[in-house]
Design a protein around this ligand. Structure first.
Ligand SMILES: [Zn+2]
Length: 147
């Protein structure tokens, strides 16, 4: 299965996201080594601690069906109704969650509108860098264009 095909699964399930609080919809497609695809979307809840990320939904579905070997996961996200080609990588909680079930997995995602693949461990550093940029924006609004 190509990265583009796997991403299409993620985009399709993203439409099912329940995101009335953040208006941010995410979708993932998890490809197992057996060739099956398990999808997930974020499901927000009125009690924020009960909300579920798309990655956790997909892993829970796959594991509950007896899967234990995973090859790739495509992740996509953004504000509902917008073009979903902005940079999007799993949240730190999901990175930690997935690392309990895989030593490594290829993450297929958009970076600056380009479909790329990276390793799960690398997404942790990417996430830290994204968070650093957001913090810089908040503290130095005069320099938005430089970031
Ligand atoms: Zn998450």
């Amino acid at each position: 299965m190509t990265n583009e095909e796997l991403m299409e699964y993620a985009k399709r399930v993203q439409k099912n996201a329940i995101c009335q609080y953040t208006n941010t919809a995410t979708g993932v497609a998890l490809l197992t080594k057996s060739g099956k695809v398990y999808t997930g979307c974020n499901i927000e809840h009125s009690i924020s601690g009960l909300a579920t990320c798309a990655e956790k939904v997909a892993f829970a579905k796959a594991i509950s069906e007896g899967e234990s070997e995973f090859e790739k996961i495509a992740v996509v996200g953004g504000k509902r109704g917008q073009e979903y080609k902005s940079t999007w990588i799993p949240c730190m909680s999901c990175i930690q969650y997935m690392l309990d079930f895989v030593d490594d997995i290829i993450v297929v995602c958009y970076m600056d509108s380009k479909l790329v693949e990276t390793h799960l461990a690398d997404t942790m550093f990417m996430k830290l860098n994204v968070n650093r940029k957001i913090m810089m924006r908040k503290h130095d609004k005069d320099n938005w264009s430089k970031i």
